[in-house]
Design a protein around this ligand. Structure first.
Ligand SMILES: [Zn+2]
Length: 349
């Protein structure tokens, strides 16, 4: 059974914004239903925090132009400025899938680390990430994973990671996603696998099936499409406009078919349309998979997407001490209020 635990605490101050009248501030501590990790919900502070998420159009345009001149991922450069796979791995050197090109990562983050360059355009607004463009990227990345699985089945824990624009950690402006694959899971994948196993052993059911069944009845649910359930998490991991997708009863990327990839691509595209409408321009996505060589009944492939700060002269970051060094979450808006706003975008076709 999914448990949603929360505790409400209050602080009182005399606010200079209200002629030093007494003001009560509410802090809600929520435990992640799987891991127990705390996220603090501070209601109605999103207008204040939102100003840090918008980009200065002049700064943004200047960076687009500056980075375009030397970009290795633009179509005229990709053929001679990007790495190629070794000939024993892939004779063609690079994987082309629709508009996407898949290449090894020159500055990798794992023993197997690749990039899928997603568009011919150097810069995309967030409402320009179409499902087709994302599907091309997923499809190209899967061709790589299938080849890797043939070559070395011990490297079996993949994640999709997407850092868009420098505030999200990307050193290259041009839209691209990453796939990192290791013989061992990343820490949070490992924790999620362990906690999911413990939940199944204790409850006799899958945490992920119970989660989506419970959320479907509630106010954080967004939509189900192609076996992919979209929702706003009860206790977001990082906080800023976080949305989660669960791919029902598929425990590894290798088990996903066209319908599931489409369900993910369409959902991501909707969330990015919402971010764009809010004035945001930068985001991160991580999708985690169980091991590629076996099916796990107790784990489902799942994905999280968050918005990141805008491009501004003042280099604000939302990776402050509490989330970065204390592993605590904080969000400036109730997840239920965010879901209400997002549902408008998920309803449009
Ligand atoms: Zn470019």
């Amino acid at each position: 059974m999914i448990e949603y635990k929360k505790t409400v605490k209050q602080a009182k101050i005399r606010s200079p914004l209200k002629s030093f009248e007494e003001e009560t501030i509410t802090f809600e501590y929520r435990a992640d239903p799987l891991t127990g990790r705390n996220t603090t919900i501070i209601k109605e502070r999103s207008n204040y925090a939102g100003s840090f998420l918008n980009s200065d159009p002049q700064q943004l345009n200047a960076l687009v132009e500056k980075t375009k001149a030397t970009c290795p991922f633009c179509p005229e450069s990709v053929g001679f400025k990007t790495p190629m796979f070794t000939s024993d791995f892939l004779a063609e050197g690079r994987i082309v899938s629709g508009e996407a090109t898949v290449i090894p990562n020159l500055l990798g983050h794992a023993e197997q680390s690749i990039l899928a360059i997603l568009s011919k355009k150097h810069n995309l607004r967030l409402d320009e990430f179409t499902p087709k463009l994302l599907l091309d990227g997923f499809s190209g990345a899967m061709k790589y994973l299938q080849r890797l699985h043939e070559v070395d089945a011990t490297v079996k824990f993949p994640v999709f990671a997407f850092n868009y624009l420098p505030p999200a950690g990307s050193s290259i402006f041009h839209p691209h996603m990453q796939v990192l694959v290791r013989d061992r899971p990343f820490y949070l994948t490992d924790l999620t696998l362990q906690k999911s196993k413990t939940y199944a052993d204790t409850n006799g059911s899958s945490y992920w099936s119970d989660l989506t069944a419970t959320e479907k009845e509630g106010e954080r649910y967004l939509v189900g499409s192609g076996g992919v359930e979209w929702l706003v998490p009860f206790a977001p991991l990082r906080g800023m406009n976080e949305v989660q997708a669960v791919v029902s009863r598929k425990s590894s990327f290798m088990e996903l078919g066209e319908a599931q990839w489409r369900g993910l691509a369409e959902g991501i595209s909707k969330v990015l349309q919402f971010y764009h409408a809010q004035g945001y321009g930068s985001f991160n996505i991580v999708a985690m998979s169980g091991p590629m060589d076996e099916h796990l009944d107790y784990f489902d492939v799942n994905l999280r997407i968050i918005s990141r700060p805008g491009i501004q002269q003042w280099c604000f970051t939302d990776s402050w001490a509490a989330p970065y060094l204390l592993w605590d979450g904080e969000t400036v808006e109730e997840p239920e209020a965010l879901a209400e706003k997002l549902r408008v975008f998920f309803k449009t076709t």
